[in-house]
Ligand binder design. Structure first.
Ligand SMILES: [Zn+2]
Length: 292
């Protein structure tokens, strides 16, 4: 059995207990369209509101579209609170002939996944469906259909959404509308998903000038520059930020920054170290962060 919830623009798909090899049964698919926002009397927390528009979508050169600050934003200010256009599981369980190669298996699974997603997409509000289909798709040659390709290009992982489920059936992907427009740059803003409002928030990590591009990091910030470029490959771009262009210094700084927390513990348990030892370590850390 398959069950699904469709969010305000959005779709959340999940599975009940079923055999891994059961054929897809669309008649048991349940799609729920949630309102764009929760009313004050509903058990779901309403979205947080921003006082004046905080961002606009604009041209970002070779990166296509991007998000830009519509006005000066202060550190800690809420920039976005939005419900995803779509929340879905990352694949559907299908029976694959055992003589299929790995490549054939993947393509077959993607084809079946696309059929499932087509059913879901029909239920979305037209404006939300248009917004979803207007997003970039960098998976056009690997067997992904146009819907799965957009999910694979734009989604944010949402594991742990259904604590009663485990394994692949508990792995969800969500596709926000405006957050999907944010291009990559290391350590600038990060997303938080709130179960209570079924939404993503973005807060300003520092003061942001009007017109500045709002960016997210697509990779683990602790990865080396070489590993980050591997992460960016499926998105079809090579990052040319200052950190990626100077991997020897940047990788060394990140390794030092990362090792800071054990340093705090070291000081706490060693009474022979003076008080300013930790203060000096903190100043070093701040300098490293500024440089990075
Ligand atoms: Zn970079």
């Amino acid at each position: 059995m398959i069950r699904g919830i469709l969010d305000g623009a959005a779709t959340l798909l999940g599975y009940g207990a079923s055999s891994e090899t059961a054929p897809l049964d669309f008649s048991s698919t349940e799609i729920v369209v949630l309102p764009a926002n929760a009313g004050p009397d509903e058990p779901v927390t309403p979205l947080r509101t921003v006082s004046k528009p905080t961002f606009r979508v604009g041209e970002a050169g070779s990166k296509g579209l991007g998000l830009f600050a519509a006005r000066a934003l202060g550190q800690g200010e809420l920039i976005i609170d939005e419900r995803p256009l779509l929340i879905s599981v990352r694949g559907v369980p299908v029976a694959v002939p055992i003589w299929y190669s790995q490549e054939q298996t993947t393509k077959y699974q993607l084809k079946e996944f696309e059929k499932y997603l087509e059913v879901v997409l029909k239920e979305m509000r037209p404006a939300d469906r248009d917004a979803f289909m207007s997003l970039a798709n960098s998976h056009t040659t690997d067997g992904s259909g146009p819907i799965a390709g957009r999910i694979r290009t734009n989604s944010i992982g949402l594991d742990g959404l259904c604590p009663e489920m485990s394994g692949p059936m508990a792995q969800y992907s969500s596709v926000p509308h405006f957050i999907s427009r944010m291009n990559n740059r290391p350590v600038f803003l990060s997303t938080n998903f709130h179960d209570a409002s079924i939404s993503y928030t973005i807060y300003a990590a520092r003061d942001i000038a009007e017109g500045e591009e709002l960016t997210l990091t697509y990779s683990d910030v602790w990865d080396t520059a070489a590993n980050r470029q591997q992460t960016f490959k499926p998105y079809g771009f090579v990052c040319t930020c200052d950190a990626c262009l100077d991997p020897i210094n940047s990788d060394t700084r990140r390794a030092k920054i990362r090792s800071f927390i054990p340093t705090v513990q070291l000081w706490a348990v060693n009474r022979s170290l003076p008080d300013d030892w930790l203060i000096n370590k903190c100043l070093e850390q701040m300098a490293l962060l500024e440089q990075e």
